[in-house]
Structures are given as structure tokens and as C-alpha cells.
Design a protein. Structure first.
Length: 86
């Protein structure tokens, strides 16, 4: 959370299971803040149940990607959010 506020990244890869605040809370805090809501957030998680996916979307995540995932597909998603091809 602090790092996102310090650096204002172009995109955030966010795990759901974090030590202090879970990824859902971090996502919600960023997405409901006018200064950061434009930053795409891709949640990466081992939580695969539908209720977890629903919570991820409700918190404002642009993508909810479950582990294991295909690295090439992840890179393509990142490129599409950053507007880059190649």
C-alpha cells in the first residue's frame, strides 16, 4: 500500500494473501481513492472459489487471476493494460 502511494505505478500485481492487510482491502483502498483508481490492479491468488472471485471484482480488481497461471498469458494481459504490444 505504501509503495503504491510512494511510486504511483502504471499497473499493480497484487496477491490476495498478504501479511498485514489482505489484497482485497489494499485493492479497495486504492480503487476508491481518486488519486489511484485509474491504476489497473491484477490480483494473483491461489483462492479459486467463486465467492473469492466475486469479492475480488467487487473490490475493484481489473483482473482476478488464479494460480497456477500461464506466464505468457499474464504478460499479454499486462501489455494490454499498459497499451503495449510486442
Amino acid at each position: 500500500m505504501h509503495q503504491a502511494r510512494r511510486e504511483t505505478p502504471d499497473l499493480i500485481l497484487l496477491d490476495v494473501m498478504l501479511p498485514k492487510l489482505d489484497g482485497y482491502k489494499v485493492c479497495r483502498l486504492l480503487k476508491f481513492d481518486e488519486r489511484y483508481k485509474h491504476i489497473p490492479i491484477l490480483m494473483l491468488t491461489a483462492k479459486t472459489q467463486e465467492k473469492d472471485k466475486t469479492v475480488g471484482k467487487e473490490t475493484g480488481a481489473n483482473e482476478y487471476i488464479t494460480k497456477p497461471f500461464d506466464l505468457d498469458q499474464l504478460v499479454e494481459k499486462i501489455k494490454s493494460y499498459l497499451g503495449k504490444r510486442g
